[in-house]
Every structure is written in structure tokens, then in C-alpha cells.
Design a protein around this ligand. Sequence first.
Ligand SMILES: Cc1cc2nc3c(=O)[nH]c(=O)nc-3n(C[C@H](O)[C@H](O)[C@H](O)COP(=O)(O)O)c2cc1C
Length: 392
Amino acid sequence: MASSKEWFETVAEAQRRAKKRLPKSVYLALVAGAEQGLTLSDNVNAFSELGLRPHIADLPRTRDQATTVLGQDISFPVIISPTGVQAVHPEGEVAVARAAAAADTAIGLSSFASRSIEDVAAVNPKTFFQMYWVGSREVILARAERAKKAGAKALIITLDWTFATRRDWGSPLIPERLDLKAMLRFAPEGIMRPRWLLDFARAGRLPDLTTPNLALPGQPAPTFFGAYGEWMGTPLPTWEDIAWLRQQWDGPFAIKGIIHPDDARRAVDAGATAISVSNHGGNNLDGTPASIRALPGVVDAVGDQVEVLLDGGIRRGSDVVKALALGAKAVLVGRAYLWGMAAGGEAGVSNVLQILRSGIDEALLGLGRASIHELVRDDLLIPEGFTRMAKP
Ligand SMILES: Cc1cc2nc3c(=O)[nH]c(=O)nc-3n(C[C@H](O)[C@H](O)[C@H](O)COP(=O)(O)O)c2cc1C
């Protein structure tokens, strides 16, 4: 756990500390978002539109949060969403994986992550490997097989990406490599944020801008932009491609990025074990509604055929409870743990997971529910028009 000085009580405070501590371009790379930022803010704000319906007596003395996702038993219904965590903290995804393991939950490791699947699976046996459709079928399979060999327990394929590049507030410049030229260019930001630089100096390494999980056997890890270029050059996958990959993968298989109930049905047809109702944290097609708005429609369409997860906008335990009451089995968190890691490394991630766990417990108590499995839509006050969706 974080020392009492470093400890923070909400994710909002972790974000404030991250903003203070990180160089501006690194901070903005985590804020991310697309175009006007409509989806980015709706993901968070939509949770505020949902009310809770509390009870005040005969409340359960203990509350149960344990569940199972993609074949893994987890102690509470929150798992780590895959993010390309470049340059936030020297230990990167290994620190996140350790904090997740200490909380007895799973981590989704991005194929664009800065640390290898071997290093991450070694510290958290509940590791899922996330891929985009990058390269030929043969190359994709080779990467999936490497992940399997390293101990990945499930494969997550993320399908929502439009290569959007514009933000009204400007995109941060990210160097291709942190060589001398780039260091000089970014030096003023580093000098403004000495603690961040010091962390890397202590660890004896520079922020790594390569993608070790996209390396082919015997080849060096491509740079982030090299890998992104390969992705952009890859023909977009069809549902047949996805069904093919699912057949190759012997184990639980998740599809991330679903908003439309039709896509949820196609994912079931392709053989998915789980889907995540997600709009990529608002980083993709701006104007997509908050994922929590899309959740009820997807649950109504396929909730009895596949594990329905949700990610996007989770900042507190009551958000998790709202998602579960609307039919999600568990949620994935992105920025919440990134802010935690930026604020305090592994202890900061543990701090965030603890905030969420305690918040879930408090919400369950207030609702008079002894277990997350008892949550129902009736526990919420849902304003008319909340889903903004046509009937499935
Ligand atoms: C900086 C950043 C990098 C991300 N990289 C990936 C990625 O590599 N793969 C992926 O499937 N999703 C990626 N995502 C999306 C997250 O997995 C998740 O869908 C999103 O962050 C959830 O929203 P939240 O940040 O509000 O929790 C990224 C998100 C952020 C903020």
C-alpha cells in the first residue's frame, strides 16, 4: 500500500497528482480522447445520470464481490484494461500486474505495451493478452501462440479503431525513439517534472517506446510507430477472420469494443466467450455514446449467451455497481489505474484498486445487497432516454 503521505482517497486526486508529476505530453497521451472529446466526457458523465435506490435497515453484515471472468476467479469485479502504457513509470505493466495480483484480479496486457507478456505473466498468472488485427494471419497466430506459451489465460481482440488523429485541444508529440535528439527536444518538459525523470534515472532506463509483444521470433521489438504503421497497412478484419482466430485459440476469447447489439450478436456467432461493451475510452469514433448507455441494449441482446463486460468511464466503486446492476459481469478500468501508477507506481495502482473495492462495498451496503450477484436494474433510477439507443 502507499505510505500515508502518498495515499490518495479518490481517483480524481490520483489524476491531479498525475498531472503534476508527468511531463505534459505524457499526461496528454493518457487523457487521449478524439476530436471534440464528446465520448470521452460522456463515458464519465453518463454514470452521474444514474441514481441509486438505497435501503436503510436489515442491511447485510458482509458483502461478497468475488466472481469469475474468462475462466479466472477474481476477488472483485474489476480487471485491468489493456493500455499502451508508454513512459508513465519505469516498471510499466509489470508494476500494474503485481498490483492486480495483490488484489487477486486479472490484467489485460496490450500488444502495444512496453513490457513483455513473459515478464507480466510471470508476476500475475491471471494475465489476458490483447491484440489488434495487425499483420497477416500467420503473424497474428505467431504472436497469439507466443502469448499462450508465456501463460496468457485468454485472448482479447480489440476491434474498435478508426485511426482517428485529431483532437481539438491538440495531440501530444510522441517521439519515435527516445534518442539524444528527442531528449533535447523534450528536455524542458522533463526539467519541469524532475520526479518523473528521477524515477526513470533510479531504474537505470529511459522510457521505452518499443512494443516487445509485437516482435517476431528472433527479431528486435518494433518501435511504437513502426508497429502502428504495420497496423494501418493491414487489411481490416472480417467477422470470418475473427471466427478463424477464435478457432485457433484454445481457451477463453474476448472481443472488446462493442456498442451495437448487432455486433454483440456477431461476436456470439464468432464464438466469443466474453465481450466488452466499450468505445475505447472515448479515443475512437467521437460521438459514440458512453459505453454505460449501450450496455442495457447489448445485455438484452446477448446477455444469456456470453459474459458481458464493460469499460469506459469507471472512476469509483459505485460506477462498477451501476454497470453490474445493468447486467455487466465485471468491468475493466483504464485511466483510473494509469493515474494511480503515475501518482505512485505499483502502490498507486493498489491504492486505486482499493478505492474501487471499498466503493463497491459501500454501494452494496447502501443498496442492501449481500453480493454483487444480487444486483438488478431496479437498484437504479434510470432516467428516460438514458440509453439513447433504439430497441435492439
Ligand atoms: C492511453 C490509453 C491507451 C490505450 N491503449 C489500448 C490498447 O493498447 N488496447 C486496447 O484494447 N485498448 C486500449 N485503450 C482503451 C482501454 O483499454 C479502455 O478501453 C479505456 O481506457 C476505458 O476507459 P477509461 O480509461 O475511462 O477506463 C487505451 C486507453 C488509453 C487511455
